[in-house]
Design a protein around this ligand. Structure first.
Ligand code: GLN
Length: 487
């Protein structure tokens, strides 16, 4: 059961070989055994999960079955879920029980899926290692001295350690793909606007996008079918026809043109990552794809541009946490202003404060033109590079990260080094493009390596097809960390 695909689980449930209650209990049990070491979940609420499982079993017996009915899914703690503690990895929201559901939670509930728990994450999704969580770091299940990546490290760890069949995540600069790569699982960040941001706690609104994490591309397609869709409550939600993201999974790849950006393969990538990525590309050649060289000359600017724009938006989004309406409030203060100050000083961690300071600075009078406006212009150039590249190819491939998972503490004192973890991923957020990561082998210290696949706007079905075809001829996505017991 722990290694089963979502399709296999759905078949078992439909055939009544197992009930949703039993399935949910298996995963809750697994969480009980592993979570004290791995720290992937902030909140588990057996009663609430089992109530949903019971309702799903009723749906199944009355024949109202959808593909995910009865299947437990771990939810990143950035999504508001009614009645659930929703912390966003912060002390600021450590007492916040959400009175409403995010749209994606609503959609999973309507699909009959079970909320398995809320997963740990970097505070307000700011980080690449999960070390900024108020709830302590998540461990990489392949090697507990390594970080799981971030900010969706809890979700990635939960799937990799088989504590959940699938999970949700969010990606502002790489937070779905980088932890997926570091934990050896599959994850997709959809085109900006495809998945509703309503009820998803905002970090940088023009970059934030939710997406699924799972073992395989086939599973991701089923999750996308639930998550994607227009939502009138999100003003940036795209009004488009709904799609079946599984529809193209079986298409052959003989007409596929893969673009390899010459800048990615020039320098900066570690040897072990390069060889796993090159082996994956060789596999794609065998599947019939042709390789073309493309150029993304402005991608090198994406980290500096991202670290102007994301903090600018964050400084504005996080101004709502003031101790007045909800969340943490400092226990002792003299007047209103003192209450604001103490609440924010005590409620936010160091990385969040750093971003608020940077963001406030780049938006301030006299610096706005020099930083914020300039970064917006470069953002356009970065996006234009992709438009040019997609004239020559269907997808762009490269490594998801420059290196395999690093050790705890290795980068936490050096923000620049930490920020560089997203060197290959953040350009796609700036451009609004979809990107995914799939496991393609192991590098140094036997830690997983991810292949990054970037598609053109709204080409998620094609990207999932490309990933699925690779997963039909390889088995990296089926491997689980051996040190963990797999029943
Ligand atoms: N690591 C990046 C950051 O710290 C991206 C995080 C994300 O995608 N949420 O901002």
């Amino acid at each position: 059961m722990l290694n089963a695909s979502l399709k296999q689980l759905a078949l078992q449930l439909a055939a009544r070989k197992i009930s949703s209650i039993e399935l949910t209990e298996i995963f809750l049990e697994r969480i009980k055994t592993l979570n004290k070491d791995l720290n992937a979940f902030i909140t588990v609420n057996e009663e609430m999960s089992l109530d949903q499982a019971r309702a799903a079993d009723k749906m199944i017996s009355s024949g109202q079955v959808q593909p995910l009915t009865g299947i437990p899914v771990a939810q990143k703690d950035i999504f508001c879920a009614k009645g659930w503690l929703t912390t966003c990895g912060s002390k600021m929201l450590s007492n916040f029980v959400s009175p409403y559901d995010a749209t994606i939670i609503e959609r999973f509930n309507q699909a009959g899926a079970v909320i398995l728990g809320k997963t740990n994450m970097d505070e307000f999704a700011m980080g690449s290692s999960n070390e900024t969580s108020y709830y302590g770091p998540v461990k990489n299940p392949w090697d507990i001295s390594a970080v799981p990546g971030g900010s969706s490290g809890g979700s990635a760890c939960a799937v990799a350690a088989r504590m959940a069949p699938a999970a949700t995540a969010t990606d502002t600069g790489g937070s779905i793909r980088q932890p997926a790569a570091l934990c050896g699982i599959s994850g997709i960040k959809p085109t900006y606007g495809l998945v509703s941001r309503y009820g998803m706690i905002a970090f940088a609104s023009s970059l934030d996008q939710a997406g699924p994490m799972a073992k395989s591309a086939e599973d991701l397609a089923l999750l996308m079918n639930v998550m994607a869709g227009f939502d009138a409550r999100d003003s940036t939600s795209m009004q488009r026809q709904t799609e079946d993201y599984s529809r193209d999974l079986e298409k052959p790849l003989d007409r596929l043109r893969i673009g390899l950006p010459k800048e990615y393969f020039a320098k900066g990538m570690n040897h072990d990552v390069a060889s796993a990525v090159e082996a994956a590309i060789a596999e794609y050649r065998k599947l019939g794809a042709t390789i073309v060289e493309v150029s993304l000359p402005n991608t090198k600017l994406s980290i500096p541009v991202y670290y102007v724009l994301a903090p600018a938006e964050a400084s504005s989004n996080l101004s709502r946490f003031d101790g007045v309406r909800y969340g943490y409030r400092a226990p002792h203060y003299s007047d209103l202003e003192d209450m604001y100050k103490k609440t924010r000083a005590q409620g936010f961690g160091a990385e969040v404060k750093r971003r608020i300071l940077i963001g406030t600075y780049v938006l301030s009078h006299g610096y706005y033109d020099a930083y914020y406006l300039q970064a917006q212009k470069l953002r356009r150039l970065i996006a234009n590079d992709f438009t040019e590249a997609f004239k020559q190819c269907d997808v762009i491939m490269g490594p998801t990260t420059p290196a395999v998972a690093f050790d705890f503490g290795e980068k936490s004192d050096d923000p620049i080094q930490m920020y560089l973890s997203d060197i290959y991923t953040s350009a796609t957020n700036l451009a609004g493009l979809p990107g995914m990561s799939i496991p393609v082998g192991f590098g140094d210290k036997n830690r997983p390596v991810g292949l990054h696949i970037v598609g053109n706007y709204f080409r998620e079905a094609q990207m999932l097809n490309i990933a699925h075809q690779y997963q039909q001829v390889t088995d990296w996505h089926l491997r689980a960390p051996e040190r963990l017991p797999v029943a």
